[in-house]
Design a protein around this ligand. Sequence first.
Ligand SMILES: Cc1cc2nc3c(=O)[nH]c(=O)nc-3n(C[C@H](O)[C@H](O)[C@H](O)COP(=O)(O)OP(=O)(O)OC[C@H]3O[C@@H](n4cnc5c(N)ncnc54)[C@H](O)[C@@H]3O)c2cc1C
Length: 485
Amino acid sequence: MSFLLTRLTSHLSISSTNGTTLAFGPTRRYRAWNACSACRQSHSLVDATMSGEGEEVLVVVGGGAAGVFGAIRAKTVAANLKVLVIEKGKPLSKVKVSGGGRCNVTNGHFPDNMTFAENYPRGHREFRGSFFRKHGSMDTMVWFHERGVGLKTEDDGRVFPVSDSSSSIIDCLMSEARERGVLMQTGKTVTAASVDASGNFLIKVERRTANIVEKIEANYLLIATGGSKQGYILANQLGHSLIDPVPSLFTFKIADPQLVELAGVTFPKVCVKLKLGNVQRNIPELTQVGPMLVTHWGLSGPVILRLSAWGARYLFSAGYEGSIVVDFLPDVHLEEVKSILSRQKLQIGKQKLMNSCPLEFGLIKRFWKYIVEREGVGGDILWASVSNNSLSEVASLLKQCSFHVTGKGQFKDEFVTAGGVPLSEISLNTMESKLQPRLFFAGEVLNVDGVTGGFNFQNAWTGGYIAGTRIGELALSTITRNTVR
Ligand SMILES: Cc1cc2nc3c(=O)[nH]c(=O)nc-3n(C[C@H](O)[C@H](O)[C@H](O)COP(=O)(O)OP(=O)(O)OC[C@H]3O[C@@H](n4cnc5c(N)ncnc54)[C@H](O)[C@@H]3O)c2cc1C
């Protein structure tokens, strides 16, 4: 039997048999347990309850954006609070890969919090209140700026580090956490959580690579597990319900071999309407305007990702089958399109239709060829030979081009999860559970998701900030009370 004995004393760290090291200040609430390899059950080895009166412990489950930011904030508000982040993999691993490795930290185009909230298909109603007032996108930019991370806002509002590298964000967060004294344990998974008679949390922690189980007792618990199933299970164990998680932010598979030949073509501005058999009423958000990209399997780009987000639940129940109608010339009225085509017919009647797209449309030649061929007027046909009826059909196709959606893009395109712990079960003023005192949630574990553009990280920063602030305040008042006694 191998023993794990971790004693927590002031500024003392003891390595366990498997090499895990805890650097931790004193706490009066800690138990170390050992998993017996013979019977595969965990046995309490030692009650390492320390005297350390007046000290409080926060355990943060998940070292992603929300967890790390929440931990930093809690420690900033209450320096004497013991803050331990438990991360099953590497901390901030999604930040690392985010924004194509550049990390789209937030969005700088919506200084008005009400408008900012409209970018959350799940959360837009609830976020109209004070949520972003407490820590909005401007606060995020100031926070990083004050810590030496230069940020830039691109034309579409997306905010990136000037370095164009997510490492700048990670380095900043990790160094701030270190300086504040936040403790981090990686390679460990929180597999269960319960509440004892005094309202404290008993947290079961397992190490993937060793047969070791620990139990940690904490006064505060912040669940910031992103879209992980384990996080939902923990929430459930603590009495919360769950809105079924479904993917959001994905590309559309389109069954059209000719379209796929255009892979790589971008359209700076199109208007796309998503039509699904299970949606009969008019939902304004299922029509979106913005850039679109043709991929090897269908369609992508901000406009498609936004539709996938607003339509996430409908698309899921429709089995990701439906259609989209694309207006490739959203700024030109249909009648104007028709008259441009008629004019072109008169002016360059002897030229091939396929080779001469009207300049006014600003479309690339390959796409124009796709449109005329789809209308059956490709080949060597001259402008003068095209019937007015066919030209009218070409105009309609440019304004209302329908594509059959046959599925969603591959797994790697799924950026966020719609669903999670219902917002109605937490107080957005504090991020505290309405069901369990001193239990907090932040980030994607909640039923919140934003469209692309930095909104998902902003939810994580804001949620982490609010939860950390409240936990810090509660800890401060308890610590002060205990000190006075
Ligand atoms: C490829 C990709 C690119 C993205 N790019 C952007 C972007 O540029 N801008 C943007 O705004 N959003 C982006 N997103 C979305 C953004 O990354 C997430 O919304 C954000 O990371 C959510 O933060 P979080 O802290 O809630 O969850 P996460 O970042 O997912 O962190 C949760 C952490 O908890 C850990 N964990 C889970 N369960 C347990 C457990 N039981 N025990 C211990 N640890 C646990 C996980 O390992 C994970 O590290 C991107 C997402 C992906 C996948």
